[in-house]
Design a protein around this ligand. Structure first.
Ligand SMILES: Cc1cc2nc3c(=O)[nH]c(=O)nc-3n(C[C@H](O)[C@H](O)[C@H](O)COP(=O)(O)OP(=O)(O)OC[C@H]3O[C@@H](n4cnc5c(N)ncnc54)[C@H](O)[C@@H]3O)c2cc1C
Length: 474
């Protein structure tokens, strides 16, 4: 009697139960399509483990047959890092638990499939905050946020995800589990593997758990929206705010005229705080963990002086929570609105804050020369130098372009070159994914690239973890 070998789907169903293994086309579809519909891939099945041990067994079952593994969180990434290529997708949505909240240590240990919003809620319940804030927070998962080293609007004060994670649990390609969840502030026992995993985009393993650093909740806040005539003026105004408030500055978000006009045009209820659309807008938030009664008036005083000195054309300081919420709602509408407005080729460039005006000026000259049918829009996390330089094509112009991928690449390369000329880089917070691997070859120091490829080989010698993402083939 011959016993036939069980298929990988049967094996996975045995490990994960029927709820934990999806293989019907309709069930798999959400996991193989990029969320904006720009790319799609292919998968043999989707594994949805309920624990690190289940994830390890499923991953081992796949890799022992040479099947690549494609980790997926909330699928909100912007660089096609979740688009699978005929392998096993590992999704974490059944792993959403909070393992521990340790207020005395300022730490929370979670399953990696928990969303950022759920973490915010749990931290608030404990009287703390987890200070990572971005537009996709309702869907993006902790595992994805660690793997992309996500940034957002609070990086100036709290750092990107890399600074907010104190440990990870990682399932390796061979099914072993790295447990780095001690959450020790001081630990000099060699390399910091958690820091290697942050920003590794699923190429070193699947993050199944994490220790997160919590901060005290803020007790008082002040918000302002200021109008400036130039990016130079906005930079000067931002510097004055930083000098006056030090590490109380939560956010300095820069938007240009075009970006603000898209929000006004496409979100009718979205009130623009100033009566006229300014050339440049800077959104400012100051926050203190103490109950301060003077924060708003102190901010008003700093802005009044900058106005008197000619750096600010107009300003609104929020007088209540509703006005503050309106300012943030406006800022967080940007990504959705841009999708309606046209096809935006969005660059995630990073330069020193002092280089922002020069970078934008030079990039504008390139767009005017090489892509005259497009409009430029800017959304920048100004104080950390992260400029989302957007080359916006009207829908009708874009649909007439024969080779869209080639055009997108042309635009990206042109702007990345300008960033490099200003001492900057082409990925600040979104990562590399499948989108920018060629730029890694073109623009990254070869020694750095070689070392990264060796690190990858140490974790994943058969190249079965998210192959094709982050690193170009050797
Ligand atoms: C409206 C909107 C606003 C955004 N704003 C910002 C912003 O301000 N700042 C910012 O940085 N990003 C932003 N993003 C991008 C995106 O939300 C982040 O990159 C986020 O970190 C992705 O998390 P995710 O769970 O959706 O990961 P996914 O998109 O599912 O995956 C992203 C990458 O991480 C890997 N990955 C996912 N989960 C795991 C895991 N458990 N283990 C190992 N690898 C894993 C994937 O393989 C992939 O390579 C925004 C996106 C949207 C749609």
């Amino acid at each position: 009697m011959s016993i036939s070998k069980p298929s990988i789907i049967e094996k996975l169903t045995g490990i994960l139960g029927p709820k934990g293994c999806l293989s019907e086309a309709a069930d798999v579809a959400p996991y193989i399509n990029e969320f904006r519909g720009r790319r799609s891939g292919d998968a043999v099945a989707v594994a949805l483990p309920a624990s690190a041990e289940e994830a390890a067994a499923a991953i081992k079952a796949a890799t022992s047959e040479g099947l690549p593994v494609f980790p997926q969180g909330g699928n909100t990434g912007l660089c096609y890092g979740t688009v699978p290529a005929k392998g096993l997708v590992v999704g974490l949505r059944r792993m959403r638990g909070i393992r521990e909240v340790d207020v005395d240590s300022g730490l929370m240990t979670v399953d990696a499939g928990i969303t950022l919003t759920e973490v915010h809620e749990a931290a608030a319940k404990a009287g703390m905050q987890f200070p990572l804030y971005l537009g996709s927070e309702g869907t993006a998962q902790i595992g994805g946020l660690i793997s992309t080293n996500a940034g957002g609007t609070g990086v100036l004060r709290y750092g990107p995800m890399r600074d907010l994670v104190a440990g990870v649990e990682l399932v390796l390609a061979d099914g072993r589990i790295l447990n780095d969840l001690q959450g020790l502030r001081k630990n000099n026992t060699g390399y910091n593997l958690t820091q290697l995993v942050a920003g590794s985009e699923g190429t070193l393993g699947v993050v199944t758990g994490a220790v997160l650093k919590l901060s005290p909740q803020m007790q008082s806040r002040a918000h302002a929206w200021i109008a400036c005539e130039s990016a130079e003026h906005a930079l000067e105004a931002g510097t004055r705010v930083r000098m006056a408030f030090g590490n109380l500055v939560e956010a300095l978000e820069l938007l240009d005229h075009a970006q603000v006009s898209y929000v006004v045009k496409h979100v009718p209820g979205n009130r623009m705080p100033l009566s006229e659309l300014p050339a440049w807008s800077l959104m400012i938030e100051i926050a203190s963990p103490r109950r301060e009664t003077e924060l708003t008036s102190q901010l008003e005083a700093v802005l009044a002086q900058a106005m008197e000195d000619g750096f600010i054309a107009d300003a609104v300081v929020a007088q209540n929570e509703t006005q503050a919420k309106e300012i943030w709602h406006f800022r967080h509408s940007v990504t959705e609105v841009n999708k309606i407005n046209g096809i935006g080729v969005v660059m995630d460039t990073s330069v020193r804050p002092s280089a922002i005006p020069g970078f934008i000026k030079d990039a504008d000259a390139v767009v005017a020369r090489d892509f005259p049918q497009a409009e430029r829009a800017i959304t920048a996390h100004m104080a950390d130098g992260n400029v989302h330089y957007i080359v916006m094509f009207p829908h009708e112009v874009w649909s007439a372009i024969a080779d869209k991928e080639a055009r997108e690449l042309d635009v990206e390369r042109a702007i990345h070159n300008v960033a490099a000329a200003h001492g900057g880089t082409f990925s600040a917070e979104h990562g590399i994914g499948r989108k920018l691997t060629e730029e890694m070859t073109r623009l990254i120091d070869p020694v750095r690239l070689d070392l990264m490829q060796r690190v990858k080989a140490a974790f994943d010698p058969e190249n079965l973890m998210n192959p094709g993402v982050l690193l170009p083939p050797r």
